[in-house]
Design a protein around this ligand. Sequence first.
Ligand SMILES: Cc1cc2nc3c(=O)[nH]c(=O)nc-3n(C[C@H](O)[C@H](O)[C@H](O)COP(=O)(O)OP(=O)(O)OC[C@H]3O[C@@H](n4cnc5c(N)ncnc54)[C@H](O)[C@@H]3O)c2cc1C
Ligand code: FES
Ligand code: FES
Length: 481
Amino acid sequence: MEQDRRQSGTYRFNSISFYLNGKARSLDLPPGITTLDLLTKQLHLYGTKCSCNEGDCGACTVVIAYPDEDNIVYKAINSCLYPAAKLHGKHLITIEGLGTPQNLHPIQKELLEYHGTQCGYCTPGFVMSLFALFASITHPDHESIMAALEGNLCRCTGYQSISQAAAELSQKHDPASIVPDFCRRVEPKLFNFKQKAGEIERTSSSRYLIEHYLQPENLDELKAQLAKHPDAKLIAGGTDIMVQVNIQRQNFSQLIDLGEIAELKQIKRQGDGIHIGAAVTYSQVMDSDIIKHDLPSLVKLCRLIASTQIRNFGTLAGNIANASPIGDSLPLLLVYQTKLLLSSQQEERIIELQDFFWAYRETALSAAEFIREIIIPLPPQDAFIKTLKTAKRKSVDISSLASACRINPDGKAMLALGGIAATPVLSKVFTREFSPSADWAALAKKVAAEFSPLSDVRGSAAYRTQMIINHILQYREAYHG
Ligand SMILES: Cc1cc2nc3c(=O)[nH]c(=O)nc-3n(C[C@H](O)[C@H](O)[C@H](O)COP(=O)(O)OP(=O)(O)OC[C@H]3O[C@@H](n4cnc5c(N)ncnc54)[C@H](O)[C@@H]3O)c2cc1C
Ligand code: FES
Ligand code: FES
């Protein structure tokens, strides 16, 4: 019955306008279709590859260009998770736009020169990641190259030749040869893009997991849409939601996208601390001069999350609202004594982050309410604040234990842990028993005894207990310098 209804239902399509490899396009899209499916299934462009369909391999990497203040930025993203509706007003650059077999792009030439490709399946993804890097940094160093490539997997070539090709290119390339002319021609048009994405209704015989995809343009529209559809699911970047759609085949009758609302993309310093809007991505946090200056530990933490591609559209607010006990930002945000500004059409309220998590993936958010801002009070200048993540791989891996420690100059201390309980938690023992002259090893054992971690694929209970001790001992080393 349900299936019959959906196979012949009326769907709200998204009508979007964007640029694809230099050419203006206007399309009516099935609701929630990913950029990868748009490219391969609707536009029959097969250069962008699909392998995992969940953000892990980078084979589907494409680049989006859009205005960020006075600049046009070029960002690599995983097209398998990026809803195509988000392309409205942006420039999508795919491998088809960079070079031809007769006239290779400088990145492709260098990969060829250094034997940086074998079967070639991963290669378009690597080329696009490097394109975003070289379009943003003229002569990237080794660290930037490795960071740009951490979200790309290759099962046959080996990373040595690929990174060597990138290093060589960084030394010798002509910066003007990286960004094609068609990109430069489109750039001014992106600044002037005013047209609103439209929604149209159409009877469809197709079956979609997402039936309605709404894109409010501003906060008032967002509140009104949520008030009208209180059961709708919010989407910011989509790096959690779209995995549920692609892999778990989860159905969402209504997604409301707050990730493109300009008012939610701001980072501001105010009297009560740093305000981070709900649509601010990890990359924006890492690039923000305010955050670099006032909350340097947050920049270091973001660097440990996912990959460059995911960080380019995943948000800090999404990590909080997702309320996973292994959300990597949560321990640090807890010791920062973060508050959340929650908003709905009826009211605005501020809540302490530690009161936000009620139970496993259960939060204080009520229907039609959303996180509007993350507010981080400025810690004292000499406070010791550090965060650690234990995972099997350096990048693109979920942690088995994440923690954060804060010791104020007056000796008041906090330790937060993720991955050991149904929600991220603060240790009462650590706060009660810490003193600058404490026996850290004995305290570490007491803190470990305070919790009963679960065993799962990421680590046994005994392993996690040992990790709690190890993290605290690492904080001791860092604290005593
Ligand atoms: C390959 C890969 C690697 C990853 N690696 C890591 C990692 O290392 N560490 C880690 O912690 N996470 C990781 N993640 C998970 C994910 O990227 C993060 O949780 C991210 O912060 C989610 O943000 P988003 O904007 O994409 O959220 P979305 O997917 O858009 O939303 C996530 C949830 O939050 C809700 N939501 C979003 N915004 C709001 C809001 N403003 N108000 C109320 N509800 C809201 C949505 O309804 C949804 O339930 C990874 C994901 C992938 C695919
Ligand atoms: S297909 Fe693997 S990251 Fe998209
Ligand atoms: S060249 Fe085969 S997967 Fe990379």
